[in-house]
Design a protein around this ligand. Sequence first.
Ligand code: CP
Length: 299
Amino acid sequence: MKHVLESQQFDSKTIQKIFAIANALGRDRSLPFKGKIMATLFYEPSTRTRFSFESAMIKLGGNVISTENAGAFSSAAKGETLEDTIRVVSQYADVIVLRHYEKGVSERAAAVSSVPIINAGDGTGQHPTQALLDLYTIKKELGKTEGIRIAFVGDLKNGRTARSLAYLLGKYKHSQMFFISPAQLRIGEDIKAYLDHHAILYQELRSWDSVLGSIDVLYQTRIQKERFKTMREYNKYEGRYVIGLQEAKAMKKNAIIMHPLPRIDEISPEVDALPQAVYFKQAKYGLLVRMALLKFLLS
Ligand code: CP
């Protein structure tokens, strides 16, 4: 594997290897990437993905060069094409972590890069490393990856994390998925076609009432404000699905509530103290999984 572009490129054996590396990291004090450089090129804002990738590289002994607002602070501002930027940066770095507002940009970058490209989120496309850390969270918290009943909730049209996790879980036996969203923000046809192809059961719903008490995972997402043309349009959906204490109590005791974060108001803060709330742990697992992924890709 050279590039990380979409979550369906990972087979279960590769995922097992990456998770085994992540599990062993606590005992592993080696610095295999001394002298190696990671470039983080971010054209869209980020807290978790950029900091966890940078932290991962530094913990493994490597260095980081970074632009957190590449649209303004790289030569993109002068009109340089993404392809030319990648051609140049790939001569300075051993791996490029790329976040962009446009779907499909990672493939364009990979086509001209001499070093691995990691898709750190491409518009409404995918966020494959988030899917890996989400699956790792499920494995750690529920002890399994097969037979998971999961409800994806929120803006499933624009939310790339739900899309990538659905693709990844679609590879696991007996997964069952519920896509809960307003009609206008439904999950894409590409995901449904993929799940049909893999004989994975799924259902599209407008409300979580019928499934809240039987799911293993509630994967909550925010309404993606930045993808709407007007605030008026965004306001139609904002606040539609909010998990409060009442909703959390309706869930099974051993079910988990996940969220890729950032959270706006779709999970009430009082839920944070419940054992089912694993979203901050999920962000922490992100560091381990990204360290493991770098080791897998670059070692
Ligand atoms: N989950 C996630 O991608 O968060 P950031 O946008 O903060 O990187």
